[in-house]
Design a protein around this ligand. Structure first.
Ligand code: 2RA
Length: 328
């Protein structure tokens, strides 16, 4: 299969290539795509060196699938052109996520809604993916009324500039700033830009995307997104209020049985998810599950995932794997 990776030299694009290789995705020809400054560079994939090309060259080669992680503007302009050429685009930017004509997909939750008509498929925001992976099985069983989530997000979600800023601050060196403040020894309650309602775009993505993926506008979601000096993944403290009564043991079994979730929950031996151990893994890790003693039908939990993997690259590749399965 001819597969294009648009944004192949970026952080997510590099993880996409890693995941495609790890999962032996059936690629006969890779088309690595990047900006003009990278055109001509060589990228090695499965022992073969491929030359980086620009978008115009890539679209003319008519790949069956194109994984995009190159920003919203590139997706808005080029995803339709690839789709027009017969390519199925899986886009990691926010460009198409809330477009009512586009599917917003977490394979374990709603891949079955995909049809051959879907030529542009949206990959949800990283912090949304790990949240809905835990919410979905519980919503099906107990009905979720309201979710209050606080995120503790890795600087890799911002990109190379943020990683460089933290490294410079470790060394006490000045350099380009990805954030309005130092991130070393700090926590910045500001992910993406502020909106009119004084929430950030990241916080409203959690609200809007969660409703769309669960296909239930009645689920209330209130979010606070915080950036912390961590690289392994995003962590989330989540309070969920249900319609129905529940037992914690039943909640743990439901989560443990859900594909793509690993339960890490045994306070007796200090077992709970942490980004340092989630890094490089594809699962969503859930722990610290406990009744909310302040409310009869609510609980708290802690969710951690590698934001570059299940939060972006792995989810996109899993969508592509689903497309192959259904088109076989
Ligand atoms: C972030 N979720 O973490 C956003 C984009 N990757 O910054």
């Amino acid at each position: 299969m001819k597969v294009a990776v648009v944004g192949a030299t970026g952080m997510v694009g590099q993880v996409m290539l890693k995941v495609l290789a790890e999962r032996n995705f059936p690629i006969t020809e890779l088309i690595p795509v990047a900006s003009e400054k990278s055109v001509g560079k060589k990228i090695e994939f499965n022992g073969v060196k491929y030359e980086v090309v620009n978008l115009d060259t890539a679209v003319k080669r008519k790949p069956e699938i194109a994984l995009f992680s190159a920003g919203g503007n590139t997706s808005l302009e080029w995803a339709p052109k690839f789709a027009e050429a017969g390519t199925t685009v899986i886009d990691n930017s926010s460009a198409w996520r809330m477009d009512p004509s586009k599917k917003l997909v977490v394979p374990e939750i709603n891949a079955d809604s995909l049809t051959e008509e879907d030529k542009i498929i949206a990959n949800p925001n990283c912090s949304t993916i790990q949240l809905v992976m835990a919410l979905k099985p519980l919503h099906d069983k107990f009905g979720i009324k309201r979710v209050v989530v606080s995120t503790y997000q890795s600087i890799t979600g911002t990109g190379v500039k943020a990683v460089q800023q933290l490294e410079n601050e470790y060394k006490g060196e000045k350099g380009e700033m990805a954030y309005p403040y130092p991130i070393h020894k700090n926590a910045i309650p500001h992910c993406d830009v502020f909106l009119e309602n004084d929430y950030t775009k990241e916080e409203m993505k959690l609200t809007h995307e969660t409703k769309k993926i669960l296909n239930d506008d009645s689920v209330l979601v209130s979010a606070t997104a915080v950036r912390i000096p961590v690289v392994g993944g995003h962590s989330e403290s989540v309070n969920i209020e249900f319609e129905k009564d529940f037992e914690i043991d039943e909640v743990k079994k439901i989560l443990n049985d859900f594909p793509g979730i690993t339960l890490q929950d045994n306070p007796d031996v200090n077992t709970y998810p942490m980004p340092i151990y989630a890094e490089g893994k594809n699962d969503v890790f859930v722990g610290r599950i406990r009744k909310d003693h302040s409310h009869p039908r609510a609980l708290n939990m802690w969710i951690v995932a590698d934001n570059l993997r299940k939060g972006a690259a792995t989810n996109a590749v899993q969508i592509a794997e689903h497309l192959i399965k259904v088109n076989d």
